[in-house]
Ligand binder design. Structure first.
Ligand SMILES: [Zn+2]
Ligand SMILES: [Zn+2]
Length: 155
């Protein structure tokens, strides 16, 4: 598979404790969809974030899916304004270089402020695993099949 930005062949790597395809040139990250066997509950506790709507709609991009070459769409994952591009056929998700670092920084601040017992690194890894899991993929599919302007679910 090739990088949607620079066309360089992606190589298998591990970042933030998660297996992914990484571009050696721009350091972008491609997360392929995976079925997760299990996740540890204490790390995977998103509280209200998880229960509410995770996405704030999506917009088209000029990037193409490394797997099927369809244009990727971008959505905002309602967690630290993380912007992620994804393939409509759910082949995977594209994260720009340093997007993970930015989010980790935010999480670390929060960790300090709230004295959270779960480490930012673990939480971020859990989010990435969640992205790769079938359950978010289903939500993405849901979002696509529904309205153009998805409303946040009532609490
Ligand atoms: Zn690249
Ligand atoms: Zn695709």
């Amino acid at each position: 598979m090739k990088c949607p930005d620079c066309g360089v062949e992606l190589s298998q790597g591990k970042r933030d404790g998660v297996e992914m395809e990484i571009c050696s040139s721009c350091k972008g990250m491609w997360l392929t969809r995976q079925e997760m066997s299990q996740l540890e509950d204490e790390v995977f506790d998103f509280g209200d974030d998880e229960k509410g709507s995770l996405m704030l709609g999506s917009t088209p991009t000029t990037r193409k899916c490394p797997q099927c070459a369809k244009p990727l769409r971008r959505f905002e994952y309602r967690f630290y304004d993380l912007q992620i591009d994804y393939c409509e056929d759910l082949h995977g998700y594209w994260l720009e270089a340093n997007e993970d670092k930015r989010v980790l920084e935010l999480m670390k601040k929060e960790e300090k402020n709230l004295g959270r017992k779960v480490l930012a690194e673990d939480r971020f890894a859990a989010h990435l695993h969640y992205l790769q899991s079938g359950s978010l993929a289903d939500r993405v599919r849901d979002l696509l099949s529904k309205a153009i302007d998805p409303k946040p679910k009532p609490r």
